[in-house]
Design a protein around this ligand. Structure first.
Ligand code: FEO
Length: 170
């Protein structure tokens, strides 16, 4: 049985994961409109992963006889001025999620909720990967187009788009 404090924090996490799915879908749609189809595909796959993350939390609440509370999901922007600004928005959200997962683990440890600790371990590891991938996108664009990515040539942008389109659907 979950404590009320843990139940509330887990429900907040369900919302944050669905928000991430919204954010990545919006980024995907924006890239798609700009014919950056590889980047659009990368973020579309990322959005699907986020729905899976949300459902893992949803299922954990259910399995522990908690109450799932689905709060409204905040609106996300529909356009980013540059690919770099979209990549950075993704990293900022992943860093926020990492903080939230760490805070959840603190609650689980404090309450001796061993089942939640075991469940959260996967997310602790996953966030290392999530932040690393978000950072890699920024690094590649920086290499090709400078600090804000703006001086990227059309040819390099095309190559980067093609590379990101090769992401497998993990
Ligand atoms: Fe569900 Fe990208 O963290």
């Amino acid at each position: 049985m979950l404590s009320k404090k843990m139940e509330k924090a887990l429900n907040k996490q369900v919302n944050a994961e669905f928000y991430a799915a919204y954010l990545y879908l919006a980024i995907s749609a924006d890239f798609s409109r700009k014919s950056l189809n590889g980047m659009a595909d990368w973020y579309h796959k990322q959005a699907q992963e986020e729905v899976e993350h949300a459902m893992k939390f949803y299922n954990h609440i259910q399995e522990r006889q908690g109450v799932v509370i689905l709060e409204p999901i905040a609106a996300v922007p529909s356009e980013w001025a540059t690919p770099m600004s979209a990549f950075k928005a993704a990293l900022v959200h992943e860093q926020k999620v990492t903080g939230m997962i760490n805070a959840l683990m603190d609650i689980a440890v404090g309450e001796k909720d061993y089942a939640s600790q075991s469940f959260l371990k996967w997310f602790i590891d996953e966030q290392v990967e999530e932040e690393s991938e978000a950072t890699a996108n920024i690094d590649r664009l920086t290499m090709l187009g400078g600090k804000d990515g703006k001086s990227i040539s059309g040819g390099s942008l095309y190559q980067l788009d093609k590379l990101m389109g090769k992401r497998s659907g993990e």
